[in-house]
Design a binder for this molecule. Structure first.
Ligand code: SF4
Length: 703
């Protein structure tokens, strides 16, 4: 609803409801706008997601909208034109000087140049020499048009989005056992639950407004278990503050299953009526050499887990419980299997399909759920249908660039050279491309590889649907006007120039959305703009027919036969646990520390938007390494980290008791730190999500 505050005195001052552009929590926001400028952002007291509160990003992080650094006109790289003189000759009259590297032009010229090159590449090498990576920062309309442009206009199956580096394992794991890869309950079910397990999630910094609910409930009921490789802020409130070794999620989750089975704490009636294969699973768990928590008695420094894990398992099983997880689960070699292990706990105890009991993968980007729903995945078309041809995932695309199979890329809101792993390799791979186009708000790191860069509308300047971490659709409306194009408009224009105009018959974002409702009817058929607008305040959770669906799996799981399944996987001994058992871990050396990475409250991913707000930038203007207090003398205040793949730049160190011996934590927001140069191609074994949560590094102190 758009309301004029004072129609006579302040004609231009308005308050407009929309949705926060940062994280997957998807808070409702109200922007106060004067003379087409946002002057304040707040949450209304009855905001269904925000509950009247925004974190500092949501509250202060809007200066990016009218930043002088926004890309206002398309840029075309001079060296690209030099390499393609026929294109230069064709458009020379329309190009104007910009700086040493780029010329500039209008949108029509930029899309004409881009399509001329893409057409040549398609004709010469075939459509599948093209790939498209992105879509999780923009609206569903942008994401839908993106995958459609890739699949239909370019005839390439290679579309992917940032879920590759975050929650693809949640989708994979949950679909394998329950048939649907999304959160089962609304956030407010936290108020209805009796016990909460947060595993692999720094919720207070990464999903702060969800954390508010968890904190309130934990303070009242002392019913929280926090499981992580370090002591996160949320752990202060935990009844069970469970710090586990690196890469041992699956180990401890299987142990919880063992305790529930061994002590017969499971819900036999739920198991019999709603699941299949339990007896075989039970047999495997009971015979798993690593599943008995007594195992931890042998793991020096973590012996307390032998008692703590059974205590968490017991409380989880006998109470109405919820499990929350983040990238601490998914960004591991066995991320998908760990997600399956989480779902096993719910299936065995009946902690799913009801109010106050369920599973909540805490999605990262504002619209990563929507981008996956729209089919921006190489193995899923819209609505999770099978695409005609399955494409390659991002790490495979990098290999294909290196060996010359992929020649062209459009990156839409995805800072691949900063946010993805093994950035030294990605740099080389992208240098092999014949053409790279970027659609973004700012000159982010990946633009250094781009031949054409098109500035697009931000979320606060356009209309569109966003899907948050609880499957809630929010129809966003513009807070300010902008003459920049929306992502889908750029793609529509390009599709037209490539002869696919009839297929891209979109004049408005609503046109795009109406096609989504036809193509993805299982989840979105009833979600027309009119209804989404009427219910903007409450939002609607998919699937949406006549009504929406706040809780999934009430009667049946979304598997073919409606039954939940168990997909057992034994933990593979490796890494820190193995080194402790072998007696090689606790050594007095600068070498062989285990590093994990994550976010801080003030910034969002590559910080492209947050660093435009002084307030946020100054809070964390460089990445920070947390190291064990006991190493203070040994390491000093500045260090470089080195792995077998690369080196970071010099990092400031903060020493703390919150990280265990010979382990480290670092944020990754600033490209100049080159944290992701430390990571290689090790990834989830099923779905290639990078193992960002564990890498062995040597520390080089800087005198
Ligand atoms: S929690 Fe996420 S969605 Fe909510 S205000 Fe903060 S950044 Fe925005």
């Amino acid at each position: 609803m758009t309301k004029k505050i004072d129609a006579t005195k302040e004609q231009s001052r308005r308050e407009i409801e929309s949705v926060c552009t940062y994280c997957g929590v998807g808070c409702d926001i109200t922007g106060v706008v004067e003379n087409n400028k946002i002057i304040k952002m707040y949450a209304q007291k009855d905001g269904v997601v925000s509950e009247g509160n925004l974190c500092i990003k949501g509250k202060y992080g809007y200066d990016f909208v009218d930043s002088k650094d926004r890309i206002r006109k398309p840029r075309v790289r001079k060296t690209f034109l030099d390499k393609n003189p026929h294109i230069k000759d064709a458009f020379v009259d329309k190009l104007e000087p910009f700086d040493d590297e780029f010329l500039t032009c209008d949108l029509d010229t930029a899309t004409s140049i881009a399509t001329m090159k893409l057409d040549e590449i398609k004709k010469k090498y075939g459509g599948d020499s093209f790939c498209a990576i992105g879509g999780a920062r923009t609206s569903c309309e942008g994401a839908y048009a993106f995958q459609k442009f890739c699949r239909e206009t370019m005839d390439s199956p290679h579309v992917d989005n940032c879920a590759r580096v975050c929650h693809s394992p949640s989708l994979k794991g949950m679909r394998a056992t329950m048939g649907e890869g999304a959160a089962t309950n609304p956030y407010n079910d936290i108020y209805e639950t009796e016990f909460m397990v947060v595993i692999g999630s720094n919720t207070m910094e990464a999903h702060p407004i969800i954390a508010n609910r968890i904190i309130n409930v934990a303070k009242q009921h002392n019913n929280l278990a926090v499981i992580d490789v370090r002591e996160t802020k949320l752990a202060k409130l935990a009844k069970h503050n469970c710090v586990i070794p690196f890469e041992s999620n699956l180990l401890m989750l299987n142990m919880m299953a063992y305790v529930i089975i061994d002590e017969e704490l499971y819900d036999r009636s739920f198991i019999d009526n709603r699941t299949k294969g339990f007896d075989a699973f039970k047999e495997k768990i009971l015979n798993d050499p690593y599943a008995n928590p007594e195992f931890f008695k042998k793991v020096e420094g973590y012996e307390y887990l032998a008692k703590m894990i059974p205590n968490i398992a017991r409380e989880y099983a006998v109470k109405k419980s919820m499990i929350f997880w983040g990238l601490g689960i998914t960004q591991n070699l066995d991320g998908s299997h760990a997600v399956m292990a989480i779902t096993h706990l719910a299936l065995m105890t009946g902690n799913v399909g009801k109010t106050g009991a369920g599973l909540m993968p805490l999605r990262g980007q504002n619209n990563v759920q929507g981008a996956c729903d729209m089919g921006c995945l190489p193995y899923f078309a819209p609505d999770y249908t099978k695409p005609k041809v399955e494409g390659m995932m991002t790490p495979q695309l990098m290999d294909a660039m290196l060996d010359g199979r992929i020649k062209a890329l459009i990156a839409m809101g995805e800072d691949i050279t900063h946010i993805h792993p093994n950035i030294n390799k990605i740099d080389k791979a992208m240098d092999m491309l014949e053409f790279c186009m970027v659609q973004d708000l700012f000159m982010v790191d990946v633009t250094k590889k781009a031949d054409i860069i098109i500035g697009v509308k931000s979320a606060y300047e356009k209309t569109g649907v966003y899907v948050n971490a609880m499957r809630r659709l929010h129809l966003s409306q513009p807070l300010v006007e902008s003459d920049l194009p929306d992502d889908w408009e750029v793609l529509t224009q390009m599709a037209g120039k490539l002869g696919d105009g009839e297929n891209f018959n979109f004049k408005t974002s609503e046109d795009v959305w109406n096609e989504v409702r036809e193509v993805a009817p299982v989840r979105f058929s009833g979600a027309n703009y009119y209804r989404l607008e009427r219910h903007r305040k409450r939002g609607m959770q998919w699937p949406i027919y006549n009504e929406d669906t706040p809780i999934l799996h009430l009667l049946d799981f979304r598997t073919e036969d409606g039954l939940g399944k168990y997909v057992y996987k034994q933990y593979k001994l490796r890494g820190q646990v193995q080194e402790i058992l072998d007696g090689t871990f606790y050594k007095d050396s600068h070498k062989g520390y285990y590093l994990t990475t994550g976010r801080t409250l003030a910034h969002y991913n590559n910080a492209a938007q947050t660093k435009q707000t002084d307030n946020l930038m100054h809070k964390y203007d460089e990445d920070l390494l947390l190291a064990p207090l006991e190493d203070k003398e040994k390491l000093g205040d500045k260090v470089i980290l080195k792995s077998e793949y690369g080196e970071s730049e010099a990092l400031s160190v903060k020493f703390t008791k919150k990280v265990k011996s010979r382990t480290l934590f670092c944020t990754f927001h600033h490209a100049k730190s080159r944290i992701n140069a430390l990571f290689g191609d090790e990834a989830d074994e099923l779905i290639w999500t990078a193992r960002f949560k564990s890498i062995k590094v040597d520390i080089i102190p800087i005198a």
